[in-house]
Design a protein around this ligand. Structure first.
Ligand SMILES: CC(C)=CCC/C(C)=C/CC/C(C)=C/COP(=O)(O)O
Length: 258
């Protein structure tokens, strides 16, 4: 079998003593051009660019490896934690309780409850807080729907799609809408409701339990829930920044004044 050097020498006919190297790319694909890129043809001064997909195969970035490892760990751990994913799962008997917790963080009870409270409120302070909560909940629904529609990460394979009222993008799992809502509502309540310490602790516990239950029910991977919590937490800051008041949105408040 001729050595790379002798075959090169035959082709160029140069017979010079300069060393040439065969790259992995040209060894992997015999039909590919003689050299990936950097080899200069005799008489040519320009170097052809290295094909991008080969760069990625040969030099996988550290970030790429770290991300795929994280996702692999996420899928594996989430599957193991999905102990209420079905009636036959390890903690299948706790599934009905998990589904009650699921409804406690669902968008519909929160939207209807806030709307009802708004209609019943007789103080301008209560109206202001509830109107902003309604705005926050709607903003959260839109944001989660947009991100789910863009990312399109499917729900875990062990999930049973038997959720209480869903919309089309809810076939996707990233981020968890329940987790965003739990974080958002939790921050909102702690900031705008005067509550005794035990009740404040209960609100935080509720947000944590709703979030953990998403993975236990098999609805989500852990990264969906963690990102959801971060998103909901950050969304509260946006709501506070855009806070609606009788001064900033008088027409809106006129609608609710009795
Ligand atoms: C006004 C309006 C469009 C209300 C829709 C309320 C609704 C159906 C929200 C969906 C809530 C839901 C099932 C979110 C999914 O939560 P994940 O934690 O499973 O992402």
């Amino acid at each position: 079998m001729p050595s790379p050097r002798s075959s090169r020498e035959r082709r160029t006919g140069s017979g010079s003593s300069r060393l040439e190297f065969l790259s992995l790319v040209s060894q992997r694909s015999p039909g590919a051009p003689d050299s990936p890129s950097r080899r200069k043809e005799p008489g040519s001064s320009a170097a052809a660019p290295l094909p991008e997909e080969d760069c990625m195969k040969l030099n996988p970035s550290f970030l790429g490896i770290a991300l795929s490892s994280l996702l692999a760990i996420d899928l594996w751990a989430s599957k193991r934690l999905g102990v209420c994913a079905g009636e036959g799962s390890a903690w299948g008997s706790a599934r009905p309780l998990m589904k009650v917790i699921e409804i406690s963080g669902h968008g519909i009870p929160w939207l209807l409850g806030t709307f009802y409270g708004l209609c019943q409120s007789d103080s301008s302070a209560a109206r202001e807080v509830l109107l902003n909560l309604l705005f926050a909940l709607l903003l959260d629904l839109v944001l989660v729907a947009v991100v789910k529609g863009l990312v399109k990460r499917p729900r875990p394979t062990h999930n049973k799609m038997d959720m209480f009222v869903t919309i089309s993008v809810d076939k996707y799992s990233f981020p968890s809408g329940h987790a965003t809502r739990a974080a958002l509502v939790c921050r909102f309540i702690l900031r705008h409701l005067v509550l005794a310490v035990p009740l404040r602790v209960l609100v935080v516990l509720w947000a944590l339990i709703v979030s953990v239950s998403r993975v236990m029910l098999g609805r989500h991977n852990m990264t969906d829930v963690l990102f959801g919590l971060l998103l909901g937490y950050a969304l509260y800051s946006v709501v506070e920044h855009c806070w609606l008041s009788p001064l900033s949105a008088p027409a809106l408040f006129a609608l609710w004044s009795h």
